[in-house]
Design a protein around this ligand. Structure first.
Ligand SMILES: [Cu+2]
Length: 337
């Protein structure tokens, strides 16, 4: 038991650090909500301890009383009733005051949250799918729209407004380091504002049970300094080069003729499917299948050979390929930077 206690504390504290931390101090929204949480926590801790001390006093005092005069009998003396009345009045007054202070603190936090959400520098549309995230950076000029999947890049120190949609069931986007949760609801648009305070890499997770592979529905979040963000954005606008020879060219041709192209989009090629993750720059991502496998040679090969192995029940069917075809398709995917 004595050894289990520190272990338990460790498990609890593990939620407070790292790339997926409910501490939430890496973004303005998370920090504001965290600050409010602290105010509630410490106020209620003090109130709780105070009540416990009173309770202990009452128990000790009551025992002394009973020893003195064999139980309570008859009317309490007038002075005692007077004491009770002023005590209860003070108690009710203090409770009202504490609740009022907490309500005012909540109101100020709410105002600060609204200020932090105003005038977004960037608008992104995130659509939930069973079980992956579609990510589209909005721009009035359609050729400036960056379309990607399962990764979210944000500029540090700027406000980004995320519009959330779902094509199937209810999902929930939660980037605990930056802000609270927001649901993605079919047939409705919701929004979430983010204002990351510094650069870093974070992990978001779908926070609403959405079916078999709900647990494999992570989102890789990178907060870049604005310069690096622009570089990433500019790269996202370019089409990947079409392979000119070797295995990659064979893979490119297979990709266009097999079913792949009817589900997936690769900009600048005939592949224009819109029901699966955009693969235009898939090799520049860190992971595929929503954080299930690494976005490298081994990850691509394992995924394409049998997507149902790594993520059973997901909506990409196994496309039968010979070893040579698999090697070619993998080589092609690796060129999609
Ligand atoms: Cu989910």
């Amino acid at each position: 038991m004595r050894r289990l206690l520190p272990l338990g504390a460790l498990v609890l504290l593990a939620g407070c650090a790292g790339i997926q931390s409910s501490n939430g101090r890496d973004g303005t929204h998370g920090a504001l909500i965290g600050g409010l949480f602290d105010k509630f926590l410490w106020t209620t801790v003090v109130v709780y301890l105070f009540v416990m001390v009173l309770l202990a006093l009452a128990i000790v005092h009551g025992r002394d009383n009973r020893r003195g005069n064999a139980g309570l009998q008859g009317e309490p003396p007038v002075e005692a009733e007077h004491g009770w009345r002023s005590g209860l009045t003070a108690f009710a007054g203090a409770t009202t005051l504490i609740l009022a202070v907490l309500a005012i603190a909540t109101w100020f936090t709410d105002r600060s949250l609204a200020r932090a959400s105003a005038n977004p520098a960037l608008e992104v549309e995130v659509t939930g799918n069973q079980w992956w995230w579609d990510v589209r950076y909005k721009d009035p000029v359609s050729s400036y729209i960056v379309h990607t999947a399962n990764e979210l890049h944000l500029p540090a120190g700027r406000t980004t407004r995320i519009t959330l949609k779902s094509v199937d069931v209810i999902h929930s986007l939660w980037i605990p380091n930056l802000a609270g949760k927001q649901d993605l609801i079919p047939g409705r648009k919701t929004a979430l504002e983010l204002h990351p305070l510094h650069t870093g890499r974070f992990r978001a997770q779908c926070a609403e049970f959405c079916g078999m592979q709900h647990a494999h529905m992570a989102l890789d979040v990178s907060v870049d300094d604005p310069q690096a963000f622009s570089t990433w954005y500019a790269a996202g606008l370019k089409n990947p080069p079409i392979p000119t020879g070797g295995q990659a060219l064979a893979g490119y041709l297979l990709f266009q003729t097999l079913q792949c192209s009817s589900c997936h989009n690769v900009s600048g090629t005939p592949a224009s499917g819109q029901i699966a993750p955009d693969l235009t720059h898939v090799a520049s991502r860190r992971t595929i299948a929503s954080g299930t496998l690494p976005a490298n040679h081994d990850g691509f090969a394992a995924w394409v050979q049998d997507p149902q192995q790594a993520k059973p029940g997901n909506h990409m069917p196994k496309v039968p390929l010979s070893p040579a075809e698999l090697a070619a398709v993998t080589a092609y995917l690796e060129t999609l930077r």
